[in-house]
Write a protein that binds this ligand. Structure first.
Ligand SMILES: Cc1ncc(COP(=O)(O)O)c(C=O)c1O
Length: 388
């Protein structure tokens, strides 16, 4: 509970106190789960007043539990306002459908989460008539060269999924401002304390709350954070309301609870991931390791400045093209089948370490919160199995 402004407080304090006010009806200190579809009133005037004041008339349009999470998220990223959605994809689709018009140009990063890429291509381009082209956002010049007179939005992830390329948020923000475009950053792989895109000039930051922010692998969620004027337009007349991609009060509550430990969890994810990346880099069966906090990463310097030297919790790597009699695909499969602690699964940002093979043949480890020596032993015995 906090009686004053939290604006200038440190991250750990914001994570504990942000959005947590005693419930006005009961003084419950934990934010209650308002598990209701609708709200009842004694008079029409009361209903209209509630609509104007708080938007609390129907849960697809607003919920006090979700509002509390949105307040916490806005503090987390240093934005004026936040809007939650039922998943990261709900947030991405809501943002892009709301800020783009037919005939406007979206300049999209070449490497984005696969479903974001499919949505852009198959819905925005093929069905909605948005003009889309792609640029290598790691290269500031390449972004500049691809701006057109009708460019309305620049969209990227950093670090990107799954190759962990970094985008210089400050430099691209400058280009966006000079060209009167909106710059949207999906920062799912690097939540605070790693980076805060709005402070570096981005207009909107997006998170899949499913990942690190909730951190417990037990719910989906998404959020868009930024200036009040843009967030209000995405909210109404906007997307979570009309597509129904709104966050449920229970899921908002779980995410808020998970967020209290975000700072500590991120530190552990990063320590464990750096240990695994360093181990893999010196292993004779490994061809290439991507991890932004390794000095060998081509954008190591940007990781130091933009991400406070924290590489995040994802490590991706390539095995050698041929190991003994095994082709790459066979070796990948054998490696994953041989892990005992790491779980074969697609997601990231939770306690359990998850491992998967990408379509390209690269392996991605979403490093969890286990003891790092136990993880290293598991990986080491799985790699040993390839030689045998
Ligand atoms: C970078 C990134 N953004 C967005 C998403 C989508 O999130 P969700 O699964 O919550 O819809 C993902 C999912 O893996 C992701 O990796």
């Amino acid at each position: 509970m906090s009686k004053g402004s939290l604006k200038d407080m440190a991250l750990e304090t914001l994570l504990v106190h942000g959005g947590h006010k005693p419930d006005p009806a009961t003084r419950s200190l934990a934010v209650p789960i308002y598990q209701t579809a609708t709200y009842g009133f004694d008079t029409v005037d009361e209903m209209n007043a509630s609509w104007d004041r708080t938007g609390l008339v129907y849960s697809r349009e607003g919920s006090p539990t979700v509002y509390a999470l949105e307040e916490k998220l806005a503090l987390l990223e240093g934005g004026e306002a936040a809007l939650c959605a039922s998943s990261g994809m709900g947030a991405i689709c809501s943002a892009l459908l709301s800020v783009l018009k037919r005939g406007e140009h979206l300049l999209c990063s070449e490497e984005v989460f696969s479903h974001t890429g499919v949505f852009v291509k198959e819905f925005l381009v093929d069905k909605m008539g948005v003009d889309v082209s792609y640029a290598d956002f790691r290269d500031v010049e390449n972004v500049m060269q691809n701006i057109r007179s009708n460019t309305a939005v620049l969209y990227t992830e950093t670090p990107s999924n799954p190759s962990l390329g970094l985008v210089n948020i400050q430099a691209i923000s400058r280009i966006a401002k000079e060209n009167d475009c909106l710059f949207i950053v999906d920062s799912t792989f690097a939540p605070p304390p790693i980076q805060r895109p709005l402070e570096l000039g981005a207009d909107l930051v997006i998170h899949s709350l499913t990942k690190y922010i909730n951190g417990h692998g037990d719910t989906l969620g998404g959020a868009i954070i930024g200036p009040k004027s843009i967030i209000e337009n995405i909210h109404f007349p906007g997307m979570p309301c009309f597509t129904g991609a709104c966050l449920s009060p229970f899921n908002a509550w779980l995410i808020m609870r998970g967020m209290m430990t975000l700072d500590m969890r991120i530190q552990r994810h990063c320590e464990n991931a750096l240990a695994i990346a360093s181990f893999l880099e010196q292993h004779p069966l490994v061809d290439l390791v991507n991890y932004p906090a390794l000095p060998s990463h081509p954008q190591y310097a940007l990781c130091q400045s933009q991400m406070h030297g924290m590489g995040g919790g994802i490590v991706s790597f390539w095995l050698k093209k041929k190991i003994g009699g095994l082709e790459l695909a066979e070796a990948n499969k054998k490696l994953l089948d041989s892990t005992r602690l790491m779980t074969i699964a697609t997601s990231l940002g939770e306690g359990c370490t998850l491992i998967q093979i990408e379509h390209s043949g690269m392996i991605r480890i979403a490093v969890g919160l286990e003891n790092k020596d136990d993880l290293l032993r598991d990986l080491s015995q799985a790699l040993d199995s390839l030689a045998g």
